[in-house]
Design a protein around this ligand. Sequence first.
Ligand code: CA
Ligand code: CA
Ligand code: CA
Length: 363
Amino acid sequence: MIRKSIPFLAVLILGFAASAQADDWPEFLVSSLPNGQNDVDIFENTVVWEGSNSGLFPQGLEIYAYDLSTSTLQQVTNDTTAQRRPAVYGDIVVYDDHLNGDPSVHGNVYAYNLSTSTELAITNSSSANQWQAAVYGDIVVWQDNRSGTGDIYGYNLSTSTEFAISTAPGNQSTPAIYGDIVVWNDRRSGNWDIYGIDLSGTINGGAEFSIVTDTTDQGRPSIFENIVVWDDIRNGAGNWDVYGYDLATSSEFQISSNLASQNFSDIWGTTVVWTDRRNGDANFDVYGYDLLTSTEFAISSKAANQEMPAIWGGTVVWSDTRNGASDIYGATAIPEPGTLALMGLGLFGLAQKVRSKRRPEKH
Ligand SMILES: [Ca+2]
Ligand SMILES: [Ca+2]
Ligand SMILES: [Ca+2]
């Protein structure tokens, strides 16, 4: 009985997918608080960002959280300093706190537990800048300027222990973490590269390693499982592209190739997302790419700017100026035809498991 129903269902679904292919993903408004909202991140149903309730910028910036499953908005911080650049994993939101609002000086890294409503100071420096935090499990990582140039430091929330990750010459910046792997932007060579380290010691005996050392600039790495993605200017000024690297096979691959700029990339599963200028420099859009099917697609190409996306599962969130001051919007993936068929048979969970276990194809 079930076998007989599949071809009929597949025809219906393929027809739907073909007609919907060129469209943006189905979207929703996350937050339209006044005065602008930026630097969004997402983990499961939790979306976090920086915004200014008071309208004072940047000193009035606070951290907000929104639960997509309960439609609940929470103001995480509320004080006279500026909190910026939140990142979230589970119940833990990390961010940097700036006494005078200036993001380049006097920053400290904090962590806030959404389930216990408690804030923890990860660093406590009155002079050096600690900022650009990321979190995975119990490990918080950030850029630390205590030596005079940017280094990468980490903190274990379960053992309350701080540790240095990279104190190499030149600047180390914008770390990202997945499991035991930390990756970051690195200028030890005189131009920006991407480096990484395996905190478990498996890769390269636990010593840091280069991921890309092209002579042009690479920036803002993100990581999911064994895939690292970053923004790359090797194809010429005004033409950022997104590149990737598979830590399991030590192979690099190009992800975007449009002649306009694609940057501010992020990755979850086999989906890579970024800010795309192909439709004009005053009309940023959010595009994506599926590493499994080698397919590029628009996620939001509305008027004005959709930018700096973050992804978790099938949900993408971004900053959006379509209404004037920047709002937070989100969109959910249109399931692939095969996935829709499995949903019809009640096997969607199985399909997701299989997809997440499969490795991206090489380019
Ligand atoms: Ca470089
Ligand atoms: Ca490009
Ligand atoms: Ca746009």
